[in-house]
Write a protein that binds this ligand. Structure first.
Ligand SMILES: C=C(O[C@@H]1C=C(C(=O)O)C=C[C@H]1O)C(=O)O
Length: 375
């Protein structure tokens, strides 16, 4: 195609399209990777408001982790969502919807991060192992946090990190309340025509290790299977009897910087189950809480030093063209106007956990985000 100074070619790369939408003055949202049968969904001007949950109408947004520590306030509202409006969608056949005609270039940004406190994390891991020994819990996902500052527009940080790392389920949301940059590899929950699925991840090794080592690790396999059982239990509360299945167990998949073990659990919803009931049965996600779930959530609030915020909640969409499709909001950066950022990291703790190795695993999970600079 021939371009001159004035001719403008519609961008076909979703990240270029996202940047072009910014030039039009709107505050676009984006879901990029694998979402409801599409590899990119762009909402040029979504109507996002604090507190709006999925209720069966078209919805795009974030559901933050519900629990808070009394001494650590949230950075962003717990729930932000609303009507995505017209969606630009890209699949194997190309784009559906009219792409912006503007050209959207990148702008420089600079992020600085302070890492989590190893001693506090280690204390939480020890407390967890004691609780497992006492028979209170079997596994708890124990988390900590990086704190950061961004000079620049979070949209540019999001685009550069997605371009470099291609997470399976990345998402970008923004508003007066702040912004969310989600670089998640994990699908939490999908639903379409009564078919429901969860794809829990549990088991992690850095990409420098051979992937076979993950399937050979008793600890990682046990961690995953415990969470599959919890997911089966969660879905069983809203599924037709006899329909909960685990058709794929312990598959090794590549994610930015790490290998993961991924399992797949499916079910048929009982007729009449509402979005509210489905989320009440399954949210917050099994893989980022622990088992038994209620006990694990109580312990998390005692042992972790930080309110998780959006981290370990879910980001996604509920729409006639995609069905319900939510990620687990891990590898997810919260940004508040002014530049403060938070990035939670954590992992499943079992009786076999070594505190130092668990801390190292947190660093591996964060590495592709906290080491990123403007390209
Ligand atoms: C909690 C995180 O990840 C979760 C814990 C995992 C593990 O323990 O192996 C793997 C994927 C996630 O379900 C995180 O990335 O912060």
């Amino acid at each position: 195609m021939v371009c001159d100074d004035v001719a403008v070619v519609p961008p076909i790369d979703p990240l270029a399209a996202l940047r072009a939408l910014r030039e039009s003055g709107a505050r676009p949202a984006a879901l990029i990777g694998s979402w409801g049968g599409f590899d990119a969904l762009l909402a040029p001007a979504p109507e996002l408001a604090s507190g709006r949950m999925p209720d069966g109408a078209p919805w795009l947004g974030v559901l933050g982790y519900p629990d808070v520590r009394a001494d650590d306030a949230r950075l962003l509202p717990q729930v932000v969502g609303g009507d995505p409006g017209p969606l630009l969608r890209r699949d194997g056949a190309g784009w559906h919807g009219e792409l912006p005609r503007a050209h959207g270039g990148g702008r420089p940004w600079h992020a600085t991060w302070r890492g989590p406190d190893p001693a506090a994390h280690s204390a939480a891991v020890h407390a967890c192992k004691e609780a497992i020994r006492a028979g209170d819990v079997y596994q708890v996902n124990v988390c900590t946090r990086f704190d950061g500052r961004l000079v620049g527009d979070p949209l540019d940080m999001f685009c550069d990190i997605v371009a470099r790392t291609a997470p399976r389920k990345s998402a970008f949301l923004q508003g007066d309340w702040g912004a969310l940059m989600s670089f998640s590899p994990e699908t939490f929950l999908t639903e379409r025509d009564g078919h429901v699925a969860e794809h829990p991840i549990k088991g992690t090794l850095p990409r420098s290790e051979p992937p076979e080592a993950l399937r050979a690790s008793m600890k990682d396999v046990a961690e995953n299977v415990m969470i599959v059982d919890l997911v089966r239990n969660d879905l069983g509360r809203v599924a037709r009897i006899g329909t909960v299945r685990a058709p794929g167990l312990l598959r090794v998949e590549a994610a930015p910087g790490v290998w993961h073990l991924v399992s797949h659990v499916t079910a048929e919803l009982r007729p009449g189950v509402t979005r509210d009931q489905l989320l009440a049965a399954t949210f917050p996600p099994a893989s980022v809480t622990g088992t038994p779930k209620i006990a694990a959530r109580e312990r998390i609030t005692q042992w972790e030093r930080h309110t998780r915020g959006s981290y370990t909640g879910a980001v996604g969409i509920d729409h006639p063209v995609t069905g319900l499709d939510l990620n687990v909001a891990i590898r997810t950066v919260e940004w508040a106007p002014g530049g403060t950022m938070r990035l939670g990291v954590g992992g499943g703790i079992t009786i076999d956990s070594d505190p130092a190795a668990e801390f190292q695993e947190c660093l591996h999970k964060a590495a592709t985000i906290v080491s990123a600079t403007h390209l």
